[in-house]
Design a protein around this ligand. Sequence first.
Ligand SMILES: CCCCC/C=C\C/C=C\C/C=C\C/C=C\CCCC(=O)SCCNC(=O)CCNC(=O)[C@H](O)C(C)(C)COP(=O)(O)OP(=O)(O)OC[C@H]1O[C@@H](n2cnc3c(N)ncnc32)[C@H](O)[C@@H]1OP(=O)(O)O
Length: 206
Amino acid sequence: MSNDNRQEAAARPPSGSASLIPPPDATAPVRHPDAPAPGELLGSHYEHCFGCGGLQPHGLHLEARAREGVRVTAEFTVRPAHQGAPGLAHGGVLATALDETLGSLNWLLRVIAVTGRLETDFVRPVPVDSVLHLDAEVNAVAGRKIYCSAVGRIGSPEGPVAVRASALFIEVKVDHFIDNGRSEEIQAVMADPDQVRRTRAFEVNP
Ligand SMILES: CCCCC/C=C\C/C=C\C/C=C\C/C=C\CCCC(=O)SCCNC(=O)CCNC(=O)[C@H](O)C(C)(C)COP(=O)(O)OP(=O)(O)OC[C@H]1O[C@@H](n2cnc3c(N)ncnc32)[C@H](O)[C@@H]1OP(=O)(O)O
């Protein structure tokens, strides 16, 4: 694709499916009063998470930072292990980086939620060793449904757009993980009082 065509593609509104368009009764997202201050790192929601976990050797090690409103930013350095084509990031890895960044928005709402739908536009190839600057925000909320979008730019927050995503997250209770997770890992997190306290605090969402 030529540079002109890429710029045109980057400027196009995301071609999302109907289920990613907030319904008429959707409301603007409300930042929780106890959300981390703008500029603060959010921290990992689970240390073995492939997206953000510090103890996950194969992971992306994304660190999301709170911004104003219900918005976060994160940086992802593309490593040789993330290749799909020679020297270029795998699209699924880029989708994971978008998913993780979007998922971290729920810290600002103080809601536990999982990805129901994630639609990704791959606008330009992302070379190994480049830093992808991700910027995500919640656009609307309707009941348990959280509508959000993200963009990833190469090299700097003002760099060329490489990827974009629209997503629908669905609020769940802690039981979602207890009922569905493998018992070995669930027992390990249940034995960690900090993890349980943090997760339960989110569930109450005062
Ligand atoms: C104490 C120990 C705790 C241990 C936990 C430790 C840490 C946990 C803390 C936080 C971690 C949280 C998340 C992780 C964060 C970041 C990682 C990135 C995010 C992910 O990577 S996360 C993994 C991938 N994700 C999944 O693994 C979800 C699999 N899935 C399901 O588990 C169900 O599918 C679910 C729950 C999504 C819905 O199921 P459900 O039965 O609760 O609700 P239902 O189906 O009724 O949907 C309600 C309304 O959403 C609409 N809706 C649903 N799905 C839709 C779709 N796909 N497209 C369009 N609309 C959809 C319906 O149409 C309906 O709409 P309406 O209300 O208008 O009718």
